[in-house]
Design a binder for this molecule. Structure first.
Ligand code: CA
Length: 218
């Protein structure tokens, strides 16, 4: 799952980045409101972690812009503004949850997962194709009921494919879904991860359509 962090404080940003990456999320980090807005306009995120006190566009205005477009992406506000009116303003502007700084990274990860779960609906969020099943919130993938031992990138690839069952996804599209900004991507990195993923799943699930891309078969 791809998340966007909009935070201008480098120390908090780095901590959040490492916490969410370790939890298996792909994360883009924008350091001011305007680049955050540009990121939202250019990519689809599963959730946004938003600071309120931001240079260029402040967090509250950014959130109002997002909601004015009827974009329902889940937003977790992280703020040092403890005053009740600030929290109320954040929630009124369309935040789904509010976490006060300083916060514990484990709590942040748990809150993000809870947001994703709520957004996906109370029902199971598992994606299924034949004997394959993947739960993006619990981060578990199984084949015929047995848990698969996947790396974070393999998991992200499988998730991207399972989100669009039957559709052919290009290598570039897959690359985009598993790498955040500034991550070093080798020229055949996606192929290498796909190769390893197919080895773990068995060759019949991921089909390579030469010159076009890949799709998953249930
Ligand atoms: Ca700030």
């Amino acid at each position: 799952m791809r998340l966007l962090l909009i935070e201008d404080d480098p120390m908090i940003g780095r901590a959040v980045q490492s916490g969410l990456s370790q939890a298996g999320f792909t994360l883009d980090w924008a350091v001011d409101g305007r680049s955050g807005a540009a990121a939202i306009a250019n990519a689809v995120y599963d959730a946004i972690v938003l600071d309120l006190g931001l240079p260029r566009i402040d967090g509250l205005s950014l959130l109002q812009q997002v909601r004015a477009r009827r974009d329902t992406v889940p937003v977790l506000v992280i703020s040092a503004r403890d005053a009740v009116p600030d929290r109320i303003a954040g929630l009124n502007a369309g935040a789904d949850d509010y976490l006060l700084k300083p916060f514990d990274l484990d709590e942040l990860v748990a809150r993000v997962r809870a947001l994703l779960r709520r957004h996906a609906g109370a029902a199971s969020t598992a994606m299924i194709a034949g004997p394959l099943s993947l739960d993006p919130v619990q981060r578990v993938a199984t084949l015929a009921g047995s848990e698969l031992a996947l790396t974070a990138k393999e998991f992200a690839l499988l998730e991207a494919l399972l989100r669009r069952p039957g559709a052919v996804l290009s290598r570039e599209r897959l690359e985009e879904s598993i790498y955040g900004w500034g991550e070093e991507v080798g020229s055949n990195a996606v192929e290498v991860h796909l190769h390893n993923l197919r080895r773990k799943l068995g060759p019949q699930f991921i089909k390579n359509i030469r010159g076009v891309g890949y799709r998953i078969l249930g």
